[in-house]
Design a protein around this ligand. Structure first.
Ligand code: GLC
Ligand code: CA
Length: 514
């Protein structure tokens, strides 16, 4: 595990929507450079940037056409190098988004693979025996090329799956993982990683990391493949950080990733925390003030995962990402404060999604943009101020619409407003930087969690963190040593005295033990 992760808070940037400096309506590298101080001032010392490579943008850049070239709309490779350098000068880190599972169907490898004659790239992708062969248990695109066969896709039809081989071979056309052509795909991936690390990036967030080897239900071969890659990268680039989109920390951290996200779509108890609306529209999120949520299933899983992965890497909590509706869709400002304060005081490496610090809305009803579909409302431009397009761009046709300037939330106003969500985010991150107990490695144990009950109280090292998202006042006994009279951070009314915790409606506090 890399040392710099111990006290890191990431900021995720969707580059097309952050800041446009040349008026073409699309965010760019220069815009990110301009806002590094803003991000640092908020307390985030690392950035994850979504894909910035040459692409036809059928899936917002997760359809890579050239792995070694930046998309012109963001800037050149040299501009990106400048971004790395500027960040490093400010003691910040930047990780890129690596898309290993598939390319765009416009990638040169794929064009070669589509040729009817066998060549070096034929098996870089997965083709069936011939055009009439398309077993139902996989997703294929059929009959669109001169190659007599159908190709497997990983996500959208424009994203053919790269061939890292099959763990269990059930059809003649499936190659084993150690086939020279599959090994060549793996080596090509390593070269791409080294190319960007050499240019100065600090690591990668790895897209769909669990998807590489096919017919691999238990992920045995996928894990072995990653182990081979992560070992080589960590050996040659000891400070590089690898973050997986896997949402299975035991597997991901078990094969050399430094961090794995808990994500909403994998049915974790985690899912019940922030975005849990039942069929009747009732908000069952633990952080809803309605108080109908439950943190026990999350804690059950989390404690097991923590135990199983101790010393192997970190589990990461996110406020949101580019695939998920912003929490502000269901939670109001006070609810968000308590949710974020919790995320930012748990172990591991937290990620804040751009705009979440000001409670930017999830914008309903937008036409899909670049393969966003239901995710489009989460990807709208950062709202900086009350100028045109909320200060994002001077263009008449911004990447996506912002809210109406002056009527929607923006950084300029939230920085000034007392007690704003923005102020609170800044304060709790500062607290995390000040107290090592709150950081990635600080110990974690639960002091109070009961089925269908509030509050939730946990201990981080010498600190007690108390969370009551519900609108009810609650009182419980907790077995702790005497704490100092004053909390080191507080939202609402909280007291902790003589082992009695009293928490007012929608409150949160951190106490230090004497
Ligand atoms: C990941 C990305 C998502 C993308 C998909 C295909 O889940 O986060 O945005 O569409 O992979 O690459
Ligand atoms: Ca631009």
């Amino acid at each position: 595990m890399q040392d710099w992760l111990k006290n890191t808070v990431f900021y995720e940037i969707y580059p097309q929507s952050f800041l446009d400096t040349n008026g073409d309506g699309i965010g760019d590298f220069k815009g990110i450079i301009e806002k590094l101080d803003y991000i640092k001032d908020l307390g985030c010392n690392a950035i994850w940037m979504n894909p910035c490579y040459d692409s036809p943008f059928m899936d917002a850049g997760y359809d890579v056409r050239d792995y070694n070239k930046c998309a012109q709309r963001y800037g050149t490779n040299e501009d990106l190098r400048a971004l790395f350098e500027e960040a490093h000068k400010k003691e910040m880190y930047i990780i890129l988004d690596l898309v290993p599972g598939h390319t765009s169907d416009q990638h040169a490898w794929f064009q070669m693979s589509c040729e009817p004659e066998h060549n070096e790239y034929t098996n870089r992708y997965i083709w069936t025996e011939n055009l009439w062969d398309a077993p139902n248990d996989y997703r294929f695109v059929c009959g669109t090329t001169d190659h007599d066969g159908n190709y497997m896709v990983n996500f959208f039809s424009s994203q053919p799956a790269l061939n890292y081989g099959f763990h269990e071979i059930t059809h003649k056309w499936q190659l084993p993982v150690d086939h020279p052509d599959c090994m060549a795909t793996r080596e090509a991936l390593k070269s791409i990683m080294k190319f960007w690390l050499d240019l100065g990036c600090d690591g990668f967030r790895v897209d769909m990391a669990d998807s590489l080897v096919k017919n691999d239900d238990d992920k045995i071969a996928t894990m072995a493949l990653w182990k081979n890659i992560t070992e080589e990268i960590h050996k040659e680039y000891p400070k590089a950080v690898l973050v997986s989109e896997w949402s299975c920390p035991r597997r991901a951290l078990g094969c050399g990733f430094d961090v794995d996200f808990y994500l909403d779509h994998n049915g974790h108890g985690y899912h019940s925390l922030f975005r849990n609306i039942d069929e009747n529209g009732q908000n069952k999120s633990f952080f809803s003030k309605e108080g109908k949520g439950d943190a026990t299933s999350f804690i059950g899983e989390y404690m097991e995962d923590l135990k199983a992965t101790a010393d192997h890497g970190y589990i990461s909590f996110i406020t949101c990402n580019h695939d998920t509706p912003r929490m502000s869709k269901w939670l109001d400002e006070r609810e968000l404060k308590i949710a974020y304060a919790t995320i930012l005081t748990l172990p591991g490496v937290p990620f804040l999604y751009y705009g979440d610090e000001i409670g930017m809305p999830f914008r309903e009803g937008l036409t899909s943009k670049e393969g966003g579909f239901s995710r489009t409302g989460t990807r709208t431009p950062m709202q900086w101020n009350t100028d045109k397009n909320c200060g994002f761009s001077s263009s008449e046709t911004p990447y996506l619409p912002t809210g109406k300037p002056g009527e929607t939330v923006c950084v300029q106003q939230e920085e000034k407003r007392q007690d704003s969500l923005y102020q609170m985010v800044k304060e709790i991150i500062a607290c995390r930087h000040e107290y090592a107990d709150l950081q990635a490695d600080g110990s974690f144990s639960v002091l109070y969690v009961e089925k269908d009950k509030y509050p939730f109280i946990y201990q981080r090292g010498n600190l007690i963190v108390m969370v009551n998202p519900s609108s009810d006042c609650v009182e419980v006994e907790v077995c702790v040593k005497q704490v100092s009279r004053e909390s080191i951070f507080k939202i609402g009314e909280v007291t902790l005295h003589d082992q009695k915790a009293k928490m007012g409606s929608q409150s949160f506090a951190i106490y230090k033990m004497n």
